[in-house]
Design a protein around this ligand. Structure first.
Ligand SMILES: [Ca+2]
Length: 271
């Protein structure tokens, strides 16, 4: 960067920091579950064979369209029935083919591939993994297709077990608000803020989120360049993001991480 551009660049970075902290602080105040989002509930990595989500109480009989389990490396959803995992539940709302216990881990999203409890208190859903695995996060959603927002779980607790008999609590949500045992980091908050931002943008713009964030980054760089700033570094960073995004091997969490990195680069936060 040229010396003459130093002052404007400082102003830009300061503005980016303010925006980022505003998003993080907003999330810190309230982290409710969202029906259409993949709601991540992280906890300390540890070995388990059984992962149970206790639904202590809900406003109505709760619905979950998919229960996913991940290890610290992310990537593969360990809970998938196609991987040998078994789903079970405390109860099932009878009489609806689209609501089944097996739909908890069939890998398909939306109300038509979901589970609904028969009651609203002390219900639970469970995944039994085919063998002990190191797990560190569950992800639940009500209707990832965004058509239904009712039947949201209220108080939620994630419990793990090695034998299906002795359980240990690893994360809790009270009244739909995330209160993990471990403190949330700024990165945790930013990821949640960006995820919610993306859910809002999806309602007005069906563009692939990866394409959108790189396009926005391009537009921002162009605007900054138009103000006389040296943006060669940012342009090179964008080119690198585009090169990585073009790789057909980039899928799942790796693709989500790339989108997050690009979104964060668009509004940088000083280390
Ligand atoms: Ca499902």
């Amino acid at each position: 960067m040229s010396a003459g551009a130093a002052r404007p660049r400082r102003r830009r970075r300061a503005a980016g920091l303010a925006l980022a902290l505003t998003a993080a602080q907003a999330c810190a105040a309230s982290l409710p579950l969202s029906p259409a989002l993949p709601n991540e509930i992280p906890f300390a990595p540890q070995s388990a064979t059984f992962v149970r989500v206790e639904l202590r109480h809900s406003p109505d009989m709760p619905c979950i369209d998919e229960l996913e389990v991940y290890g610290p490396e992310g990537g593969t959803n360990l809970a998938l029935a196609s991987s040998g995992a078994k789903a079970s539940a405390s109860s099932l709302l009878p009489g609806h083919a689209i609501h089944q216990v097996a739909h908890l881990n069939d890998g398909r999203y939306g109300n038509s591939h979901s589970w609904i409890a028969a009651g609203s208190r002390n219900e639970w859903v469970q995944i039994e993994l085919p063998q002990p695995r190191t797990v560190s996060k569950i992800v639940i959603s009500r209707d990832r297709e965004g058509r239904y927002a009712d039947r949201m779980p209220g108080a939620v607790e994630v419990c793990l077990s090695d034998d299906g008999q002795h359980w240990r609590s690893v994360a809790r949500l009270a009244d739909g608000t995330l209160r993990p045992d471990a403190p949330l980091t700024e990165e945790d908050l930013l990821r949640r803020a960006f995820t919610r931002e993306e859910a809002s943008l999806r309602k007005v713009d069906a563009t692939d989120p990866g394409v959108r964030v790189l396009r926005q980054m391009d537009e921002l760089i162009t605007r900054l360049g138009g103000r006389g700033l040296d943006t060669r570094g940012e342009r090179a960073e964008l080119d690198e993001f585009r090169r990585r995004a073009a790789s057909p091997a980039l899928t799942g969490d790796a693709l989500a991480n790339l989108r997050y990195q690009a979104r964060r680069a668009k509004r940088p936060v000083p280390a």
